[in-house]
Structures are given as C-alpha cells and as structure tokens.
Design a protein around this ligand. Structure first.
Ligand SMILES: C[S@@+](CC[C@H](N)C(=O)[O-])C[C@H]1O[C@@H](n2cnc3c(N)ncnc32)[C@H](O)[C@@H]1O
Length: 414
C-alpha cells in the first residue's frame, strides 16, 4: 500500500493561472483533486467513489448534505493545520475563482466531460469554504450546481425517441438557496435538495420502466404532480426524461406551500427550460410550479385535474404529515394512478419514530374512500441504504412506497 501523500500548500503547488493552457489536463485535475482532498475531507464526494459501490451513480457534484457522522479520514494534523491556514485558504479561493472564470477558454481539456468534472470539483471546494463560513454569514448563500444522472434507455421504445444516442446523461441545474445551512426544522427546508430526491432521481434515470415511467404505462400526455417539491430536482429531471422516453406531452406540476421555496423552484424551472420559456407560444415548459398545502389543499387550476402520478420525496418529518399527504393524495389521484413516496428514515433526534407514521396512516382503514369505495394503500415497499456522500448523517435509510387505490386494507409486503 502506498503511504498517504503529504499535503502541499496551495500557494506553492497550484499551477499559475495565466499558464493553465500550457499544463496537461492531468496536472489541472490533480491540482483540483489535491484541493478537494485538503478542504473537503467530509463529505466524500461521489466523484471520488466512481469505482466503489455506487459506480452507476453519475452525480458528479456533492449533494452538500452529507453526514457529519461519516468516517473522517482527514483528521491528520498536517492536513488540519494546512486546512485552517487563512493565507492558504484565501490563495486557494482566489485560484478557484480565477480558474472558474477562465475555464471556458481553456483548451487543455481532452473532453467536455473532464472539463465538467474539473468545474464540479472546483465548485465543491468553493462550496466547502462557504460551509466553513457558516458561523459568519451564510443565511443568504445561494449555490448553483449541475447534477448529472446516467439515463438508462432500457426499452427499445425509448431508444427510438432518443435523438442523440450518445447523450445518455440528464443534467439538472439547481440553485440551492441554503447551501451550508444545517437547520432541519426551519420552515424553508425546501431551499435545499435532500438525499431522498437524489436517490429517487437516480432510480428514475437508472430504471424508468421499473417506476412505470414509460410510454406504455403513462400514455403520451400524463398528468404528474410533485408534492413538497423543494428545489424541484425530481420534477425537473422528469421534465427532461419523459420526452426521451417517448412521452412528449406530459404536464408536470411541482408544488410546495412555502413562498420562498416556490420562488426558488420557479427560478430553477426557468434555468432548466430556458428555450421553452422564451419561445412563447411555440412550446411551453413541461413543468410549472404551483402552490399547494397538503393540510388545506386548494385544488383549483392548475391542480383541478386528477393526476396519473403523484411523487414526493422527504416530505414526512412531522407527526401529522403522513395523514395530510394521504388525504391530499386521495383527492388528487386518479383511480388507476400511482403515488410514489420516498421516505427518509431518521432514527435519532427529534425525527425518531416519524417514519413509522407512513405505514400507520396508509393502513387502509382510515383513509378517504374514492367513489369506487377504495382507499389509498401501500402496494409495495423497498428499502435503500444511504450511499456515502449523499444525505445527512441523521438519515439512516430511505424507503420507497408505491401507493395506490385498493378495496382492502394494508397489503403485507413480502
Ligand atoms: C425536506 S423538504 C424536501 C424537499 C424535496 N422534496 C427534496 O427531497 O429535496 C420538505 C418540503 O416539503 C414542503 N412542505 C412542508 N410542509 C408542507 C405542506 N403542509 N404543504 C406543502 N408543502 C410542504 C417544504 O416546503 C419542503 O419543500
């Protein structure tokens, strides 16, 4: 085994910005890797795990909410001293800012992917600086990142609709209005993207048909509503995936109840579908934002049409949420519709026990009945471990519930 490399001070090891074009790509990537190793020992970026358990996860930027409890392999004193050195940090920050300012004109990258990889890494390190500043003033910090997901076009039907077969990636650009903030009970938690949204989006991209996101299951113009959308990752990704799966005319409505979260969500939608929004009259964006409070749902336009699919990630973090969502969903879901609910299980702290409220609420006994006499029931349930580098330390696992109408009580999950 090789001994760990001694960290070098950024001021003496980074290549000069003005001569970056004379450097080989490997030197720049290695410099960024060193900065990352020095300043981001936690959380482990997915970019660093490409060869480990989550090979398929193509998210190249850190979700930003990884655990404080993860094992820290950056505890050695040398790293610590260097990391805390204000001169070195300021130098690294200036270098990264200049690098990002010039990256478009650099010709040393061998491919767009490696250039994007470098940009992602630079942003991750800068983001970590903001995180370290949180004692000072990060209340209004906004960070915009690109998240990349590998799209698996597993059906021939989907492949037929894919114009560019080389392009198998879905990229979602999100502004996270609360980067670096570590406060889970704030009412604007939806300004962050949460682990469950990443896991669900990864699942949608990795096996869309498995979640019935296919032309066969949805038809050409399904109506899809996201509940508690937050930054909009899931809905925006769906808006990008569905046309590529042969579902060209979906209507996706991403909902939330918090005004600031809604404003951020709208801005994220505009960022991701700029052409459709500018070319007024020719095409409308596949996704729109709307206000919806699960407790007192106002189902007037654009929410007056029943949904083929409801989707929600990490929306159960209060004792009353599961019941509100159940009754809200019961008013919104078509008789043959599906509600995908991705629960985040937190087994410690004040959220302990809340995950149990989903099974208790959707047990088929107390829910609203539809005109056919059916109640919303858990039809299937699947568990996902938290991958390293995604989610916060108090998130122990994720459970995906497939919920639909049934005329009987809870169906036992085998
Ligand atoms: C933990 S965040 C999850 C956001 C997003 N789904 C994700 O996974 O990144 C919970 C979201 O639910 C929204 N929310 C909480 N209570 C709500 C309610 N009564 N009605 C509608 N949205 C609500 C919050 O504003 C927030 O956006």
């Amino acid at each position: 085994m090789c001994p760990a490399r001694r960290p070098l001070p950024p001021s003496s090891s980074l290549p000069a910005i003005r001569s970056l074009n004379d450097e080989p790509e490997s030197r720049i990537l290695s410099a960024l890797g060193d900065l990352y190793g020095l300043y981001c020992p936690l959380p482990t970026s997915l970019a660093f795990q490409a060869n480990s358990a989550h090979k398929d996860l193509l998210i190249t930027a850190d979700s930003g909410y990884a655990s404080d409890n993860d094992e820290d392999d950056g505890k050695d004193e040398e790293n610590f001293e260097l990391r805390e050195d204000p001169y070195e940090r300021a130098f690294a920050e200036r270098w990264l800012t200049s690098f990002l300012g010039r990256v478009e004109e650099l010709t040393c990258f061998e491919s767009e992917d490696s250039q994007q990889h470098a940009v992602d890494k630079a942003y991750c390190v800068l983001a970590s600086f903001l995180g370290q500043d949180k004692e000072e003033d990060v209340e209004d910090t906004e960070i915009t990142r690109d998240y990349h997901f590998a799209l698996n076009l597993d059906s021939s039907e989907a492949r037929e609709h894919e114009e560019n077969t080389e392009s198998k990636t879905v990229t979602v650009q999100l502004t996270d209005g609360l980067a670096g903030r570590d406060n889970t009970d704030h009412t604007d938690v939806g300004l962050q993207s949460w682990g469950a949204a990443f896991i669900f989006t990864e699942l949608m991209c990795n096996g869309p048909a498995r979640l019935n996101f296919s032309r066969d299951a949805l038809g050409s113009a399904p109506h899809i509503v996201e509940l508690g959308a937050g930054t909009g990752l899931v809905g925006i990704a769906l808006g990008k995936i569905l046309p590529r799966l042969g579902v060209p005319k979906s209507t996706i409505i991403a909902t939330d109840f918090h005004p600031t979260v809604l404003a951020n969500l709208e801005a994220n939608i505009i960022k991701n579908f700029p052409t459709q929004i500018q070319e007024e009259g020719s095409m409308s964006p596949p996704i729109q934002a709307a206000r919806l409070d699960w407790q007192t749902p106002d189902l007037s336009s654009p929410l007056d049409k029943q949904a083929d699919v409801l989707v929600a990630t990490d929306v159960i973090y209060g004792p009353e949420h599961a019941i509100w969502l159940r009754d809200c969903a019961a008013r919104m879901l078509k008789p043959d519709g599906v509600f995908w609910l991705m629960l985040t299980v937190r087994t410690t702290g004040k959220f302990e026990g809340i995950s149990g409220t989903v099974r208790a609420s959707f047990n088929g006994h107390d829910g609203l009945r539809n005109p056919q006499g059916c109640v919303l029931t858990i039809l299937d349930e699947e568990c996902f471990a938290r991958p390293s580098g995604i989610g916060r330390g108090d998130e122990s696992e994720y459970r995906l519930f497939k919920i639909g109408w049934a005329s009987w009580g809870i169906k036992e999950h085998s």
